[in-house]
Ligand binder design. Structure first.
Ligand code: RIB
Length: 304
């Protein structure tokens, strides 16, 4: 059983700043480093570090192919990543002294997928495999259709959210992970809708799908498919260094645990702990913890 991640590969240019730059302001950064990121690549690394068998499906600019070594080193199969003559997807990321971030994305090589290309890239999918997607690549409807035709289960993290997500066949998917902003947009509720109202709305939406609402420092809630049983997990208090990639870490650890037959409740606890560990380190892929660190933190309740 393989988890195929059809998703973005970005080069993250991370600028440390005293505060997030304001309109019209020019601000000097206190540091710059470049790391591999992209919601797709981050989730592939998280899955692999959690112990899952994972293959990444996507594209990178030919000149940046060496960055794929980060995926390889984590244990991700990159045979279905194409090197193309387009600028790589990249992100300009500000991280402030409180660890909060602001991100400008350029899709680059992550855009331009059509059905014909995806039929080739996804030709190895077998019944029982999973397909995991985010919303930084196009061709999502085609990818879902190809996967479901091959009896492959679909997990979706519609980040960053846009109006196009609503026309995807969400009802037919198996796992959906959203944060509060994404949930409000998906459910057509006001931004700032109280968490309790989001949960109530999510409970009655897409009942055949396992739905997860992430709550940042407050943890996460999971509704089981069909039964609608809800599990809640609060997050440990940690020193926040950088929140970039924490949501991706959560998604990867959650799916890896579910695929390994952990109960939804245990899978949720693992994912929350992994996400909490991720915010204690800088960068996207560099901050994704190893399974041993997540296990140790769950056993002791302590974050080193
Ligand atoms: O979720 C974090 C990711 O969002 C970053 O790695 C950046 O590339 C953007 O895609």
């Amino acid at each position: 059983m393989t988890i195929y991640v059809f998703g973005s590969i970005n080069l993250d240019k991370v600028y440390r700043v005293s505060h997030l730059v304001q309109p019209g302001e020019t601000l000097s950064s206190n540091g710059l480093h470049t790391v591999l990121g992209g919601k797709g690549a981050n989730q592939s690394v998280a899955l692999a570090r959690a112990g899952a068998r994972v293959a990444h499906v996507g594209r990178i600019g030919r000149d940046d192919s060496a960055w794929l070594q980060t995926l390889v080193d984590a244990g991700v199969n990159v045979e279905r990543v194409e090197a193309v003559d387009t600028v790589s997807g990249h992100a300009i990321i500000q991280v402030d002294d409180k660890g909060e971030n602001a991100i400008v994305l350029h899709g680059g090589a992550n855009r331009g997928f059509d059905r014909a290309a995806l039929e080739v890239l996804l030709d190895a999918l077998q019944p029982g495999d999973w397909l995991l997607m985010q919303n930084e690549c196009d061709g999502l409807a085609e990818a879902v259709s190809i996967a479901q035709h091959r009896k492959v289960r679909v997990a979706f993290n519609p980040a960053p959210m846009d109006a196009g997500v609503r026309v995807l066949p969400l009802r037919t998917m198996d796992l959906l992970v959203v944060n509060e902003i994404e949930a409000a947009m998906l459910l057509e509720l006001d931004a700032g809708t109280p968490t309790a109202d989001l949960l109530e709305a999510l409970r009655s939406t897409l009942p055949g799908v396992m739905r997860v609402l992430t709550l940042g420092a407050s943890g996460a809630c999971l509704f089981e498919a069909d039964s609608n049983v809800m599990h809640e997990c609060s997050a440990p208090v940690v020193d926040v260094v950088d929140t970039t990639g924490a949501g991706d870490t959560f998604v990867g650890y959650l799916l890896a645990a579910l695929v390994a037959d952990d109960s939804p409740e245990l899978a949720l606890r693992r994912a929350v702990m992994a996400g909490a560990l991720a915010v204690t380190c800088a960068g996207a892929t560099p901050s994704i913890p190893m399974a041993s660190a997540v296990e140790a933190a769950m056993n002791t309740g302590a974050i080193a």
